[in-house]
Ligand binder design. Sequence first.
Ligand code: NAP
Length: 471
Amino acid sequence: MISLTSLLAGCPIEGTPLLIVRNPYDGSCVGEVTTATREHAEAAIAAAVAFRDTPSRYRRSAILESARTALELRREEFARTITLETGLALRESRYEVGRTLDVLRFASMEALRDDGQIFSCDISEQGKARKIFTTREPLRCAVAVTPFNHPLNQVAHKVGPAIAAGTPMVLKPSEKTPLTALKFAGLLSEAGLPGPMLSVLLGPTHAVAEVLVGHPDVEVVAFTGSVPVGKRIASTAGYKKLVLELGGNDPLIVLEDADLDLAVTLAAEGSYRNSGQRCTAVKRILVQDSIAEEFTRRFVEKTREYICGDPMDEATRVGTVIDEASARSLEAVVLEAVAAGAKVLIGGTRRGALMEPTVLIDVPRDCRMVVSESFGPLAPIMKIRDLDDAMVVANSTAYGLSSGVVTTHLQNALKAIRGLRCGTVNINEVPGFRVESSPFGGIKDSGLGIKEGVIESIKGYTYVKTFSLPW
Ligand code: NAP
C-alpha cells in the first residue's frame, strides 16, 4: 500500500485525516493520503505569494529536465500506480507516462525561450524615436484543479508550464487519483524545485478546492474537469484569470470517400482508449448512409479486439472506468438509448467498474447518450446524409471541444475545418490527436476558448509587461 502526505510548500502535512484510495477493479485499498484543512490551503497560498527567490530560466529548465530523467527511470512504477488507482489498462498508463515525459521536455525547452517582442515607435506621424518592449512576468500564485482521467499528464500540463513560467502553484488533484500526483510532486522536489513553488493539497471540497478557487491572492485558476464544476468555479472564483478545460462530446465523421480501414481503426481507438475516459474521446460516430452498413460490420469485428478485464493483465486493452458508480450510470445511459429505439450490437454489459466496449446503432439524435458526455467506452453510430448533415449534428450539442473527419477529399476536409464549431478539427485522425506543446482547448460548454498545451499554458501563468526606452 502506498502512504503519502499532502504537501504544503513542499513539506509533508502530517497527523490529519486520511483519504483512502481504492483500486476500481477489485476494491482493494491501494493507498492513503493525509488531507489538508482550510488553514493549510490559506498557508499554501501565503507561501506562494511570499516567495521571491524565483529560479533562473536556466535553473527552471534544469529542474524540469532532471524530473524528466527521473521519470524515465521510474516509468513502469508510475504506470503501475496510475493503473492501481484508476483501473486503466497498463498500456494506457504506460502511454500516459510517455506523454508526460514529452510535457516535461517541452516545458524545459520553453523555460529557456523568451517570447518578448520589440516595437519601433518611429513608424507613424505620431511616433518618436523610442522602442517598446514586452516581457512575460510570472503571476504571484496559480491554483490548478485536475480531474481523475489522466492523473499524471493532466497534472504535468498544469505544473510543468507553471515551473517554466516561474509561477508558484497550489495544486488540488482529484481525490480519486492523488497517489500519482503526489509521486510526481516528489520527483520535482527531488529535482530541486523550491518548496513554495508547489503545494499539493487533498481534502474536503469546501475546505480546500473552494478556498483556493475563491482566494483573492490567487491570480489564475486553471481547471480541468466537468462542465458543472467548471461553471461553478466560473461563478465563484471572482476577479481573476480563468482557464477552463471542460467536458466534450466529440464526433468522428466518416464520409463515403473515407479509407474504411482507417475509419474503423480511428473509431475504435477514439472510442475505447483510456476506457473512453478522455475529454476528446469519440462520443458519436457519424457515418454517411451509403457506407454505414459496411462500416458497422467492420467496426463490430474490430471491437472484439478490445479485450476488457483485469487492468494489470498485459492482454487487457480496456480496463475499468473510474468506479462502479460511473459504470452503473453508463449502463443506465445504454438502457435509456435502447428504450428509445437503439440496438446494442456488441457489449453493453457491466461487471463492477468494468464496462464493456459497446457499439449501438439507431441511436436517436436527441438521446442522452449523444447529447451529453457519456464518459466511458460507448460507441453510438449515427447515420448522416452528407457532410452538411454531419456538421448540423456535430454542432448541435452544448459542447465544442474537438472533432475528427475521415475523408480522402480535400474539399470535404476544408469544408469541415470551416464548418465545425469546436476547438480542434483533425482530418484522418481521432479528435484527441495532439502534441503536448500544440494549442489545445474548446469553446461553448467545453471551455472559454483559452487554450492549454505547454506554450499556451505558460501564457496563462504569466502577464505581459510592456516597457519603453528612448532609442
Ligand atoms: P470533476 O468532477 O469536475 O472534478 C475535477 C476536479 O474538480 C477534481 O479535482 C474535483 O475534486 C474538483 N472539484 C469538485 N468540486 C469542486 C468545486 N466545487 N470547486 C473546485 N473544485 C472542485 O471531473 P472528473 O470527473 O474528475 O473528470 C472528468 C471530466 O473532466 C470530464 O467531464 C472530462 O471531459 C473532463 N476533462 C476535460 C479535459 C479538457 O482538457 N477539456 C481533459 C480531461 C478531462 P474531487 O476529486 O475532490 O471531487
